[in-house]
Write a protein that binds this ligand. Structure first.
Ligand code: ADP
Ligand code: ZN
Ligand code: ZN
Length: 743
């Protein structure tokens, strides 16, 4: 019996400590392996915690509670992962129990085992398989469904689910009912669709490795020379330079050595195209983890990785915590992308956590980008990262030409200038596709009364409501508030309400009027809300079933549109005048990423950037597509004003329904921080760029130091105590280490 031991447990609670428990009744020490989950009493509830260590009896034994029960026979978090999580808790100054909980799939945060999710599918019966479509001449809907079902491979699991049937369009429910009544189709349940993603797919010979060019060869070789130790490589190459091919070939070697690979991509970089490319090369050992999975699906993908069945895991940021019993390499694609940073709860950078993970596992990590984050670029320049450069487009595709279009004083039609309109016309006539980029969804960002000057303002935010014309709604993009689109001005009852500014919906409408014959596809968050919609639209675009694509940054990443010959960037100037010190960097990255969509195949591409600031030096460097020059210039500016990577920063944020409490709290925090450590500066508290959001006043304190060690010393001393401040009870607060976004 294990009466004389005490268990140290990570419990999901907002406290900066671990908790001690006595072992559950009748449990032997042999069953208490660190890394297993335990159900423990905490406050008035039962929690799922993770066992960290088993100690010899403590003096406080009498007061300790007993853990309720053991939930696992095998650890769910191995030594390496626990080390990583301990590091994350201390680096991000976040309660460790919450860090542990963040790393587990939701199913494992509960004590009940996850349920199997099922999906309804419709299949052909024996007679349905033999039925002739000619009998359904009069019922086109039924006929279409029958054809679709007959096209499926002749396997017991073949069938169409609701979503697939919906894509056939029309009143499929009724048609299906009739097919069932004829005895040709039947319904059954099978394990959820996404799970079947793990079913075998044969690697097809056609997609075997290409012959690498010399730059790619050097990159792959450098990676393979060093598979047994930690090393960060920055794979720097323009879009289409063959970075993915480098990952694929390096991973092939890693797999041959019996190891696993983890590939992290930004949220919207995880395209079916990318997954297909991996699946075709490696078959069924490729698994996918992203936020679209439900709990059961995520849990099973997690299990396949933990059991070693999955050899390659492609996933978005939280996949950085996927268990890998045999880690061999980590790839972070589009490493500059801000969606790799979690913006709530544990505010971690998946890239940086991945680097620490590689270090703890003694394996290489590759950061890939056409436009590396200035931090990474700087690290490569200083020799901390190895630079692997791919200077040219692979497969002979040409770089696009890029030009600025001065739109000052030009007639504009819903955001598109006449010269750009003409270029669109020309490219369409020559059979090219056109991609237009506008980083704002909705119809127009402002609704204004021409008679009295009233503006539709969000009641809960310092922001205008965006007009969504088609839905006839006003929506706040910051808090989600909605209202009906007013017909009359609420101030003066005038009818002269005018939309001001451009959104993708409005530009789409204008394009439809100009090009009534062309197929226009809009891709933004509004047109891709439902699961599967995004993939469907992208595939349509890739197959060339659209002439003009208009969209937000959803269009800018990871996709390959071989037919696109013209890219128009409608409104790039915002990035030049933002208060956020990262705005110019982000703008440059975004423009170059969008530009990379053009002319990847045999057709050369053209990129046109509309601007009101044609003399801006950043825009000029952009048209030369000289990211090196841009990065060097921006780094010099950062050095002058001592911003990252030349200093280290954290943001302490606080918000409340009144404006005073957050400021009081942050003032007190600032005092403690400056008192704790020399040379750590605090700036603020200042209002967040949007002071009021969702009815709460938001303030922030910038904490900065030239030395990382000192900054962290100050945070480690002060942050765990902040909860005890009186003002803390009146605010919601959080700390963000290495913030990428000023709120
Ligand atoms: P990136 O990831 O840098 O955008 P990809 O690896 O996707 O680049 O390569 C772009 C295109 O060029 C792909 O269609 C790919 O198959 C092709 N490609 C890559 N490397 C080569 C090569 N060495 N020879 C011929 N084609 C290549
Ligand atoms: Zn009015
Ligand atoms: Zn709002």
């Amino acid at each position: 019996m294990s009466q004389s031991v005490v268990l140290s447990v990570a419990v999901p609670a907002p406290l900066y400590q671990y908790f001690d428990y006595l072992p559950p009744v009748d449990v032997t020490t042999a069953e208490l392996t660190p890394g297993i989950r335990l159900e423990v009493p905490f406050g008035r509830r039962q929690c799922v915690g993770v066992l960290l260590a088993v100690h010899k009896g403590s003096d406080f034994r009498g007061q300790l509670k007993r853990a309720t029960r053991v939930l696992d026979s095998e650890p769910v978090l191995d030594d390496n992962m626990r080390q990583l999580l301990d590091w994350a808790a201390s680096y991000y100054h976040h309660p460790p129990g919450e860090v542990y909980s963040t790393a587990l799939p939701a199913s494992l945060r509960r004590s009940r085992p996850p349920r199997q999710h099922t999906l309804d599918v419709w299949q052909l019966t024996q007679s349905g398989r033999q039925a002739s479509v000619d009998e359904l001449k009069r019922s086109p809907r039924q006929r279409e469904i029958l054809i679709a079902l007959q096209k499926l491979p002749d396997e017991p699991d073949s069938g169409l689910d609701r979503q697939q049937l919906q894509q056939l369009g029309g009143d499929w429910r009724n048609a299906l009912k009739k097919l069932v009544a004829r005895g040709w189709a039947c319904q059954r349940s099978r394990p959820s669709a996404r799970d079947t993603e793990a079913l075998p797919i044969e690697a097809s010979a056609a997609t075997q490795a290409v012959t690498l060019n010399s730059h790619q060869q050097i990159a792959v070789q450098s990676l393979l020379d060093d598979l047994e130790r930690f090393q960060v490589s920055l794979l720097y190459g323009v879009t289409g330079s063959g970075k993915t091919e480098v990952y694929l070939q390096a991973i092939a070697s890693v797999l041959q050595r019996g190891r696993q690979a983890l590939v992290l991509v930004p949220e919207i970089g995880l395209t079916p195209q990318l997954v297909t490319r991996f699946r075709q090369r490696f078959g069924a050992v490729v698994d996918v983890m992203h936020s679209g999975l439900n709990d059961g699906e995520r849990y099973r993908a997690w299990q396949r990785a933990a059991s070693g069945q999955a050899r390659i895991i492609i996933g978005t940021r939280s996949a950085v915590f996927t268990p890998l019993p045999e880690p061999g390499i980590i790839v972070v694609d589009e490493e500059h992308d801000s969606s790799l940073k979690q913006m709530e709860g544990l505010r971690y950078s998946a890239r940086d956590v991945a680097i620490m993970r590689a270090r703890l596992s003694s394996i290489p990590i590759v950061l890939g980008s056409a436009t590396p984050a200035l931090e990474s670029y700087h690290n490569a320049n200083r020799g901390r990262y190895r630079l692997l450069h791919l200077p040219a487009r692979a497969g002979g595709a040409m770089h696009p030409t890029m030009q600025l279009l001065d739109v000052r004083g030009q007639p504009m039609d819903e955001g598109i200038s006449w010269p750009l309109m003409q270029s669109i016309q020309q490219h369409l006539q020559r059979g090219g596709q056109v991609l237009l980029f506008l980083n704002r969804r909705g119809y127009a960002p402002t609704l204004l009364c021409h008679d009295c000057g009233w503006v539709a303002q969000c009641r809960r935010c310092d922001a205008h409501m965006t007009i969504h014309q088609r839905a006839e709604r006003l929506r706040c993009h910051h808090c989600g508030a909605e209202a009906a689109l007013p017909k009359k001005c609420p101030g003066c009852l005038s009818n002269e309400l005018r939309p001001v500014g451009q959104g993708t919906e409005r530009t789409e409408t204008a394009l439809q009027q100009h090009f009534p014959e062309q197929r226009i596809l809009r891709i933004d968050r509004d047109t891709t809300q439902r699961r599967g919609q995004m993939d469907a639209l992208l595939e349509q675009a890739e197959r060339g079933e659209a002439d003009i694509l208009i969209g937000t940054q959803l269009l800018a990443k990871g996709h390959h549109f071989p037919g696109v010959t013209l890219v128009g960037i409608l409104n790039s100037d915002q990035g030049l005048f933002s208060v956020d010190f990262r705005a110019p960097e982000r703008m440059a990255q975004q423009v170059l990423q969008v530009a990379g969509r053009a002319g990847r195949a045999d057709k050369p591409g053209e990129v046109i950037i509309q601007t009101h600031s044609p003399d801006h030096p950043l825009l000029h460097s952009l048209t030369r597509q000289d990211y090196d020059r841009i990065a060097r210039t921006l780094l010099q500016e950062r050095e002058l004003v001592e911003l990252p990577p030349y200093s280290y920063i954290a943001l302490l944020r606080a918000e409340a329904t009144d404006a005073q409490h957050p400021q009081t709290f942050l003032h007190q925090a600032a005092g403690k921080i400056t008192a704790s450590t020399n040379n750590v500066e605090t700036l603020g508290p200042v209002p967040a760029p949007m002071e009021r959001r969702a009815g709460r006043y938001r303030y922030q304190l910038l904490i900065q130091c030239a030395e990382r060690g000192r900054l962290h010393h100050a945070l480690a001393t002060v942050i765990p105590q902040l909860g005890t401040l009186n003002a803390a009870k009146r605010v919601r607060w959080s700390v963000d280490v290495d913030p990428v976004d000023s709120y």
